[in-house]
Design a protein around this ligand. Structure first.
Ligand code: NAG
Ligand code: NAG
Ligand code: NAG
Ligand code: NAG
Ligand code: NAG
Ligand code: NAG
Ligand code: NAG
Ligand code: NAG
Length: 466
């Protein structure tokens, strides 16, 4: 962001109030996970919430395009039913709207909140999706690149001395979701933007495939994957068995890590497995199980996976050899919810409150100890025109576990399965405490099976047997 003084002014104006208590574990590592910010540079306060807050009645749009007309045209072209839900008294307030992407004030307040809660994280993982949601007409390559470079600069501005490990999201491209193997305009650009964060060998694989690995410190490695290659909406890699050689590279990277006695964290945007929020698979089916199997010889060195994309707070268990049964998990994946509250108008799923997540890990053995899930109540913010960030819950406390390894999280799963109040609260946290409609039998099965069975066959069997 060039206009730093405007930033500062806004921060003072917003007078952000943080409710949190100091964590007792002062000597452990802490990291922010930033994901799905979807800042909308076209958001207009007072805008029509049925038109993504980009059009103020009786006023010309920012770029002079009559938005509603285009919106309807695009929608007709998609030949899809639009499913706009009117939230009670929802207006495009300066602090945000459930119908729309992140306005400037919400974006800035999230960074102000992060530096107030934990200004010196050991590093940041940033799993993508910076541009706003929309069909192709109001975006283009240069606006998408601007979104990514603006976000890069914003993170650097608020966390100037912090290492950042980014991953590419399905919206970080144009047209959205379409990412072919590199080199291409997108990988060339992110290689340039992210060069301050990454070593030369990472920049090489980033430019070719949008993936890389970095040694955080001796014995501790991050592997950042480009899972958009496997995403159901990406049509660019359907004919390929191993887009940009990522699977082969992943195998040799993990093999080498194991030889070197390193522990590994996997980060990426789109998670594998079943999307409990949209009731669909995230990956093309030919990629889902192959992706998961790529980790099966290495679960002893993989601490956890970290993803975004679904705008949902969830986790998934993992198994090395699903053909041998999926009784005892060998791995764990966490999904962090989004900053954007945006409700997808094409899918019957709730919106969510804006989220920020801080993970705690052990400095000595790099295992995950806990996370603090922060949120802001947008319903309340719209009433008061202020943004108050609060602690929603702590993982260890809510799940009644000692740590966040796969064994503890399997116990957490059993609690959710067996205690109805746990499932209800898990479901409420899915949408960052946006009021839940409750969970009928179908919903319950989808929730439980998506946690328990990321592999296609296991999930299908689970759905009919839970
Ligand atoms: C919505 O707005 C109306 C009119 O301003 C007001 O009477 C009502 O209390 C509001 N409802 C909520 C849920 O805020
Ligand atoms: C992208 O869109 C913006 C806003 O409409 C426009 O100013 C810019 O010229 C466009 N860039 C390209 C490369 O089409
Ligand atoms: C990037 O930041 C500039 C300067 O603050 C702003 O004018 C522009 O709208 C931003 N672009 C996007 C795509 O967010
Ligand atoms: C990384 O690449 C840049 C540009 O090619 C080069 O100037 C620099 O010396 C390289 N750094 C290392 C550590 O190899
Ligand atoms: C995939 O293969 C089909 C059939 O050979 C071809 O029509 C299509 O263009 C290919 N798609 C891509 C993205 O290469
Ligand atoms: C992974 O790499 C190791 C070492 O090169 C090799 O022995 C093994 O066959 C590879 N596995 C797969 C699935 O490619
Ligand atoms: C961190 O890991 C070390 C080595 O495994 C262990 O001795 C220590 O108790 C752990 N700390 C916490 C807070 O779990
Ligand atoms: C969010 O704020 C609204 C409006 O003030 C309130 O009714 C609701 O209970 C709050 N939600 C939670 C989970 O605190």
């Amino acid at each position: 962001m060039r206009n730093i003084s405007l930033l500062l002014l806004l921060c003072i104006y917003l007078s952000i109030d943080i409710s949190f208590s100091l964590s007792s574990s002062l000597f452990n590592g802490k990291i922010w996970h930033i994901t799905d910010t979807h800042y909308d540079f076209l958001y207009q306060t007072g805008g029509d919430t049925t038109k993504q807050c980009r059009e103020v009645p009786g006023k010309k749009t920012v770029d002079g395009i009559v938005y509603s007309k285009k919106f309807e045209n695009d929608n007709n072209n998609k030949n899809n039913n639009i499913n706009i839900i009117h939230h009670p008294n929802d207006t495009a307030s300066a602090v945000g709207s459930y119908s729309c992407d992140t306005p400037y004030e919400l974006l800035i307040s999230s960074f102000e909140a992060m530096v107030k809660i934990e200004p010196n994280p050991d590093f940041i993982i940033w799993t993508g999706d910076d541009p706003p949601h929309f069909e192709t007409y109001q975006l283009n390559q240069s606006l998408v690149l601007q979104s990514i470079s603006n976000m890069t600069e914003l993170i650097k501005y608020y966390f100037p001395d912090t290492r950042v490990y980014p991953s590419i999201g399905n919206h970080d491209s144009f047209p959205e979701h379409q990412i072919p193997i590199g080199p291409n305009w997108l990988f060339d650009a992110i290689t340039e933007y992210w060069s301050p964060f990454l070593t030369n060998s990472s920049l090489e694989t980033l430019q070719y495939g949008g993936y890389y690995t970095e040694l955080v410190e001796p014995g501790f490695r991050i592997v950042s994957l480009n899972t958009v290659f496997y995403y159901t909406q990406n049509k660019q890699c359907l004919n390929l068995t191993d887009p940009a050689g990522q699977f082969a590279w992943l195998n040799s990277t993990l093999y080498q890590a194991k030889l070197n006695n390193e522990l590994v964290w996997i980060i990426g945007h789109v998670p594998p497995g079943y999307n409990e929020k949209y009731d669909i698979y995230n990956f093309h089916k030919q990629f889902n199980d192959i992706y998961l199997e790529a980790f099966s010889d290495y679960s002893d060195i993989i601490v956890a996976h970290f993803y975004g994309h679904e705008h949902s707070d969830a986790f998934r268990l993992y198994y090395d050899r699903p053909s041998m049964g999926e009784d005892f998990p060998t791995g764990i994946m966490f999904l962090t919810p989004s900053l954007t509250p945006w409700q997808n108008p094409w899918v019957p799923a709730p919106p969510n409150n804006p989220s920020l997540r801080l993970y705690h890990y052990n400095y000595t053995d790099f295992t995950l100890l806990d996370y603090d899930q922060y949120w802001t109540n947008l319903t309340d913010n719209i009433k008061t025109n202020e943004i108050n960030w609060m602690l929603e819950y702590r993982a260890r406390e809510f799940y009644h576990v000692e740590a966040l390894d796969h064994i503890s999280m399997y116990e957490a799963y059993l609690l959710i399965e067996q205690v109805p109040e746990m499932l209800d609260t898990y479901k409420l946290y899915n949408s960052v405490s946006y009021p839940s409609k409750g969970c009928d039998d179908v919903c319950k099965r989808i929730q439980l099976c998506s946690i328990r069975h990321p592999f296609v066959k296991g999930f299908k069997t689970c759905l009919v047997s839970v």
